[in-house]
Design a protein around this ligand. Structure first.
Ligand SMILES: [Zn+2]
Ligand SMILES: [Zn+2]
Ligand SMILES: [Zn+2]
Ligand SMILES: [Zn+2]
Length: 396
């Protein structure tokens, strides 16, 4: 089964109305806005603060009917020092689903005005049902806001932590003078740059099969198209130290080389999606090395709801870090080789009356050493000729 690649793109004008977005950063957009996630599901086990949305991915399934709409949310702690702990302590993955007929969305009849693109086809257009009443959201992070400001009673928060952050970020002045808004409006945008990650759309595209692209079959000796149009935001996949590693001394892990070989044709990929439910063989992630792979059944527990062995669904690439606005010179900024997301292959539904979000599993694989991380960056950007030679002499 082919892998679908996800790329980060800037927000466009239509994005604000998108009901089922795949995106990086910003506030979560809940598949079921009447039942947003509560903060206690995403408290960091290390620092006890609320995690924030890293990304969400709309990944509907044909089967079962309960997964007609299906959204996966990945939350992480923003505090880089918490990421020295296992991923299970500082990251969470949650799955939310709705059947085609549900109480939240209803089919909208497209008006003539919606046909302006001229490409209107039989796609169903969904709208939030009038009877669906969205729950209040935290003005800071977008989780369930079940605590209201005791001064104005207008702004809601997930936690005391975010109430304090909002107070310091300007609500102190607004609370008493009557200008306070509930909080998810545009006026509040970007007031919490240190809490939310910058928002980007995730656009997806099937990964070209090896040999199927005809634009590079004649330049095997000059297969360096990844290095020639590097944009500034691509520059620091992994923090690069000032000193050069002795090129010949570093042992190179074949799995790492295979990883690099695979991504260099599409170097901007931030997601690799390769779910294969019901097809027998589960898809394999693209590991960043031989070390640090999870063991099924031990590191990746079976689904707590239905008992099925979880399967790999998608992975987050190190390139996503480029879009998070983190200071890559900071030695404790968040970092990973890849984040592997494993989910229930049955997309099982919670029991009636159960939680709206089912926990899935994320596994972090680091680059096998700091040195190889640095080499990865340089080779990736085409400025490490010794490594590139070493790389090309190996048959991967
Ligand atoms: Zn933390
Ligand atoms: Zn919050
Ligand atoms: Zn207030
Ligand atoms: Zn399950």
């Amino acid at each position: 089964m082919p892998t679908t690649l996800g790329y980060a793109e800037p927000l466009d004008d239509d994005f604000g109305d998108e009901l089922f977005p795949s995106k990086i950063g910003g506030r979560p957009r809940w598949l079921d806005p009447t039942r947003p996630l509560a903060v206690d599901r995403v408290l960091c086990d290390e620092c006890a603060k609320p995690m924030v949305l890293l990304m969400q991915l709309y990944a509907p399934e044909d089967e079962p009917a309960d997964a007609f709409h299906r959204m996966l949310y990945v939350f992480i702690c923003r505090n880089g020092s918490c990421h020295r702990a296992p991923a299970s302590r500082c990251m969470r993955v949650l799955r939310s689903q709705l059947p085609e007929v549900n109480a939240v969305y209803e089919e909208k009849t497209p008006s003539d005005g919606d046909d302006r693109d001229g490409d209107c086809d039989s796609d169903v257009v969904w709208a939030l049902a009038e009877r669906a009443k969205p729950a209040p959201l935290c003005a800071v992070c977008g989780l369930l806001g079940n605590k209201a400001c005791s001064g104005c009673h207008k702004r809601h928060y997930c936690s005391r932590n975010h109430q304090v952050a909002d107070w310091d970020a300007g609500h102190r002045a607004q609370c008493s003078d009557g200008t306070a808004a509930p909080g998810s409006g545009a006026a509040h945008k970007n007031r919490q740059p240190n809490i939310l990650y910058p928002e980007h759309i995730i656009a997806s595209e099937e990964e070209p099969q090896d040999g199927s692209s005809d634009d590079d079959d004649d330049d095997d000796d000059n297969d360096d198209d990844s290095g020639n149009d590097v944009r500034p935001e691509d520059m620091a996949v992994v923090p690069v130290g000032g000193e050069r590693v002795e090129d010949s001394e570093v042992e190179v892990d074949p799995a790492f080389l295979a990883f690099q070989h695979r991504i260099r044709k599409n170097p901007d990929q931030v997601i690799r999606y390769a779910r294969s439910p019901g097809t027998g063989e589960p898809a394999e992630p693209l590991f960043v090395g031989d070390a640090g792979r999870p063991e099924s059944g031990i590191d990746i527990p079976d689904c707590e709801q239905c008992g099925a062995a979880r399967q790999f669904e998608f992975q987050i690439m190190p390139q996503m870090i480029n879009y998070l606005g983190v200071d890559s010179a900071d030695p404790v900024s968040v970092d990973w080789g890849t984040l592997l997301v494993y989910s229930c292959p049955r997309s099982c539904a919670a029991a009636p009356g159960g939680a709206a979000h089912t926990a899935e599993v994320v596994w972090r694989q680091a680059f096998s050493s700091h040195g190889i991380g640095q080499k990865y960056v340089r080779a990736f950007h085409g400025d490490d000729t010794a490594f590139t030679r070493q790389f090309e002499s190996l048959d991967v």
